[in-house]
Design a binder for this molecule. Structure first.
Ligand code: 5GP
Ligand code: MN
Length: 327
């Protein structure tokens, strides 16, 4: 059980907040950040919203007040000590802030984490987490409801809905239950338009994204004696040719699991500096443990790792072989 009373006290007692989320943010990351900001705004608190990554173009509609800033070492040098509280949303390891990590760790201000992943790192003063939640946005919904701290109007309902919809794979992953659908029903009653939110997030892609998916599918391979692993590889060359960006790869890895017999899906994405691996699994295969072998983490069935300064080609075979141990 999350101690919502404690979270409420922290909000009431303080005035200035810095809200941040993880690198390459998804809709739950931005959704929970915006929902939290909207609550603070209703309570007349001040907030800065700063992230390592730029907000992906399909999520910009959530940032209605255009509050999110992309981190800049020069401009934001002082910000970690100018606020009363730093709030980490939808992640629990400081490395996920990338260039913001240094300033975060050095800051003497109160640091809190609100999240639904396993194994939080010991770098926060207070952790409000529970892995039974479908999304960080879902935690915030429960918090606002239980604390009665502010009204849940459309400005909160839309980002919360976006976070829940995407983190549940549009209401099909494990945490989708009747309770969650009751919450969704309430959000719709408040005025959320599900067609519109889905369309903005998934069906307004740049042409380059569809072409990149083509490249990813072309690279698809099966691996292992029983062909239970499927993997895809995207190189920097692919991104350059199509003028595509990392966030365009969101959800591609799921195609690996759509193949018969496949129980682990892996996508290798070459970055400008190093590479990223996304892991997905079916049943109780703990790909978060596999990701942790490479310094990453995540959920039982969806996890990832980023290996900076490493060459992707040196690792593909090794990671595939390591994955075999989890079948
Ligand atoms: P995705 O593959 O969609 O980027 O991420 C899937 C899940 O894995 C997300 O819940 C995310 O939090 C987690 N994840 C992805 N990359 C990393 C990483 O580099 N480190 C950690 N700790 N978790 C990650
Ligand atoms: Mn999440």
């Amino acid at each position: 059980m999350i101690d919502f009373k404690k979270l409420e006290k922290i909000i009431t007692k303080n005035q200035k907040f810095l809200l941040t989320t993880h690198v390459n943010p998804d809709a739950d990351a931005i959704g929970s950040q915006i929902a939290f900001y909207q609550i603070l705004k209703k309570l007349d608190k001040e907030s800065r919203l700063i992230n390592h990554s730029e907000t992906p173009y399909n999520l910009k509609f959530l940032d209605v007040d255009n509050k999110i800033e992309k981190f800049d070492e020069e401009i934001h040098k002082q910000v970690f000590n100018e606020v009363d509280v730093i709030v980490a949303l939808d992640f629990n390891r400081s490395g996920r802030m990338v260039r913001m990590e240094k300033g975060f760790l050095k800051s003497t201000k109160l640091k809190i984490c609100i999240d639904h992943h396993t194994d939080p790192e010991n770098v926060f003063d207070h952790i409000f987490d529970d892995i039974n939640y479908s999304a960080t946005s879902h935690i915030l919904y429960d918090f606002i409801k239980q604390a009665g701290i502010a009204e849940i109007d459309l400005s909160v309902a839309v980002p919360v809905y976006a976070g829940i919809m995407t983190d549940t794979g549009s209401f099909r992953f494990e945490r989708t239950d009747s309770e969650l659908h009751k919450i969704t029903a309430e959000l719709l009653n408040i005025g959320v338009n599900p067609q519109e939110v889905y369309d903005k997030i998934y069906d307004q892609s740049k042409f380059s994204k569809a072409k990149l998916l083509g490249k990813a599918l072309e690279s698809l391979q099966l691996f292992g004696p029983e062909k239970e692993i499927a993997y895809m590889v995207l190189t920097q060359e692919n991104f350059r040719q199509l003028d595509a960006i990392e966030s365009d790869t969101d959800t591609f890895v799921n195609y690996c699991l759509s193949i018969e017999k496949v129980r682990i899906g892996i996508m290798f994405i070459e970055l400008k500096d190093g590479f990223k691996v996304s892991f997905r699994s079916k049943g109780n295969i703990p790909v978060n443990k596999l990701a942790a072998e490479y310094g990453g983490g995540g959920h039982l069935n969806a996890s990832g790792a980023r290996l900076f300064h490493k060459r992707m080609n040196d690792y593909i075979t090794e990671i595939l072989n390591r994955a075999l141990n989890y079948l």
